[in-house]
Write a protein that binds this ligand. Structure first.
Ligand SMILES: [Zn+2]
Length: 220
């Protein structure tokens, strides 16, 4: 259930089972209650088809399954709701409308497929602007945005230790991400959160120091 991850010195290989039954129960409770919040928000999103609803529930549930107890605690503490939309295009329209409301410049070339707004509410999509709508793609978006929820207020991304790690290892990917703000430590944090939770071998290969920060903070 924690995918090859050794947390708490219990190194019994790929089937790692926590030895402490109580903290195991607590982790399960945190996951269950997170899945409950997602289900509650999905029920409010009336425009979703049953298939979409199921796809979103599975994608979010999959990310939750990979988050550490502490990451989930923070996710709960910072949770301010999730708006689910049938498509990424609709999320993009909402993002632009919020920018106009805040009298910020709206770049017509920018596309926002998913985001967390200033109040901490997540706006989640149905895939990407590339027309790639698989559950796997949706999961990547959700993991990234859940990273922002965990980091709400720059709790971690403002930490100089994080910034040094991201500065050192994030250069190439930041350039590849290429969009406005993508190179910043907060976007970097969400990106590494996605990798650390969902694609651990990639994080280990390309973001050793960043992953070290996640480990030190109990986020993986
Ligand atoms: Zn982001």
């Amino acid at each position: 259930m924690l995918d090859n991850f050794n947390w708490g010195g219990n190194d019994d290989g790929g089937n790692a089972v926590a030895t402490d039954g109580e903290s195991d129960d607590e982790h399960e409770r945190l996951k269950q209650s997170a899945r409950g919040k997602v289900a509650g928000e999905l029920a409010k999103s009336k425009k979703l088809t049953p298939l979409r609803r199921k796809q979103y529930r599975q994608a979010a549930g999959n990310v939750i399954e990979h988050m550490s107890p502490h990451a989930l605690e923070l996710w709960h503490d910072n949770f301010a709701g999730i708006n689910f939309y049938p498509t990424a295009e609709e999320v993009n329209e909402v993002a632009k409308a919020l920018k106009r409301q805040a009298e910020q410049d709206v770049d017509s070339n920018a596309f926002t497929a998913a985001f967390v707004d200033k109040g901490g509410k997540a706006h989640l999509n149905g895939g990407s602007d590339l027309g790639d709508d698989t559950e796997r793609t949706i999961r990547q978006y959700y993991a990234h945005e859940f990273g922002h929820i965990v980091d709400r207020g720059g709790e971690f991304s403002n930490n100089p230790e994080w910034q040094a790690a991201w500065h050192k290892e994030g250069g190439d990917i930041a350039r590849a991400m290429g969009k406005e703000g993508s190179e910043g430590p907060a976007e970097g944090f969400a990106h590494v959160a996605m990798l650390a939770w969902m694609f651990r071998p990639l994080a280990e290969r390309h973001f050793k120091q960043c992953l070290g920060f996640f480990t030190q903070e109990g986020l993986v």
